[in-house]
Design a protein around this ligand. Sequence first.
Ligand SMILES: C[S@@+](CC[C@H](N)C(=O)[O-])C[C@H]1O[C@@H](n2cnc3c(N)ncnc32)[C@H](O)[C@@H]1O
Length: 297
Amino acid sequence: MSSGSLTADRRFAYAQSLKDEGDFAAAAEVMAQALEEAPRWAEGRFTLAELLAAAGDGSGAIAAYRAYLKIEPADSMGAGARLALLGESAPASLPDAYVRRLFDQYATRFDSALVEKLKYRAPELLRAAIVAVAPDKRFARCFDLGCGTGLAGAAVRDLTAWLGGVDLSPAMVRAAEQKRVYDHLESGDMVKAVAALPAPCDLMLAADVLVYCGDLVPLFRAVALKSTGLFAFTVQRANGGTFALGPEQRFNHSRAYLSETATAAGFTVLALEDAVTRQEKGADVPGLLAVLSRAPA
Ligand SMILES: C[S@@+](CC[C@H](N)C(=O)[O-])C[C@H]1O[C@@H](n2cnc3c(N)ncnc32)[C@H](O)[C@@H]1O
């Protein structure tokens, strides 16, 4: 990353070497000097905030993240989530620009990273749960929310006549296109894409996507309006409360919150079970798998 100023870039490189040596306070000092040369360098502001947080200067980090947000309100680096972890109020969802940037960078190594390293199993578990509540059913229209590279789409392809997908990250959508399992793909936000569906769907999927949204009310309402069948999804489990942002910057949702939000949106809860869909640092991540229905139970 370059600031546009040679002096700032040199100071940044020096700050990085101090950081690598574990001297976060000295690194933050040098980074602050770099920003004197390039005050509107958003990535530099974010780096300064990270260094201050690592040095234990919480109030300094908060001020630095806020300064970054003034320069880049779209928040592609996720300062809102970092502020929440420093005790500020959490955002209701992670910003689109942050999710897009994260997955645009991740797209080419996503399948191997997720399936091989993180033991990702949401697609096959969702498929099994759908078949369990609707054995022998062939769906007419399935829409895959946050389809990513198409792992979940591929898992249900034979269950549906038509398969559409949407994802915020254009690079993930390009990877999904290469799998050639979708009839329709688009880049954009899933709530808007669902609202714009030209016809309702009898299967909606969201595999490991709701972890980027805290408040699920807008999504559940939008899906309910366009659903004539099942809505199957996975989340990371919160033990109590409603939803909360975890340290790895993914939201956790409680069983009670999911059940209440689903019912309020007009769904019947057919299944809401514990499920481990992935690992993090070698340990199972506790999750939930849900199948909701808009059709009479
Ligand atoms: C962990 S990946 C899972 C991808 C896929 N569902 C699978 O099972 O492999 C999460 C995906 O959700 C997408 N995403 C997150 N929030 C989104 C939103 N609001 N609208 C559309 N896509 C979203 C991300 O871009 C990313 O590709």
